[in-house]
Write a protein that binds this ligand. Structure first.
Ligand code: S6P
Ligand code: ZN
Length: 186
């Protein structure tokens, strides 16, 4: 039997504490091609952190039957008129759903279906977001503080970044006259 090491969720920050917690960092360098204004991205320090993901994966990734849990921390910031955001993905296994729960900050969950119809749900502390299967999902930080999001997803969901990195979403969340607006198109 697999021994599960203790893990704690720090309620004040969303940080996962434990030796089995894995962390991924995405910097401005890693986000090449994701923002509309590539010149603005290039003007930023490439080492600037856009977001961090902590995850506990107590099951074989890609195999059916387990659940994964993680916290995503998206920094406040802009690239041109676009907010700092996650890359976004479909699940490799399209028939897999996910929960997001906002812990701190202000954001938008952007969802796109297979027909590229794109919508967003406002995120604020306590909002619970059910991401149905077959929806690409991305989170934008529209506030001035770190946006902290908890997530739970099946161990066999997987990540398909290809479609988003090549075609993007059907719309972009941009700051227009000081407000977040979903603008259709690339
Ligand atoms: C996994 C889940 C999240 C994201 C994380 C970063 O299915 O949706 O943990 O991985 O928010 O986003 P992305 O698009 O870079 O994986
Ligand atoms: Zn996901």
């Amino acid at each position: 039997m697999k021994i599960h090491r203790p893990i704690r969720l720090d309620f004040s920050t969303g940080t996962l504490l434990g030796t089995s917690v894995q962390e991924t960092v995405r910097t401005v360098r890693d986000m090449k091609g994701y923002f509309r204004d590539e010149a603005a991205r290039k003007n930023l320090d490439p080492e600037t952190v856009v977001y961090r993901v902590q995850a506990i994966l107590p099951f074989q990734e890609g195999e059916e039957g387990g659940l994964f849990f993680g916290t995503t921390f998206i920094q406040p910031g802009m690239v041109g008129d676009e907010y700092f955001m996650t890359k976004g993905h479909f699940h490799l296994n399209r028939n897999r759903s996910e929960y997001y729960i906002t812990m701190a900050g202000a954001g938008a969950l952007i969802l796109m279906d297979e027909d590229r119809r794109t919508v967003f749900e406002p995120m604020s502390p306590g909002t619970v977001h059910y991401i149905p299967f077959n929806r690409a999902h991305r989170v934008s930080n529209i506030g001035d503080t770190v946006l902290t999001v908890l997530a739970c997803w099946p161990s066999d969901a997987g990540h398909d970044y290809n479609e988003i990195s090549s075609k993007g979403f059907g719309g972009r969340l941009r700051k227009i006259n000081g407000l977040a607006a979903l603008v259709e198109g690339l």
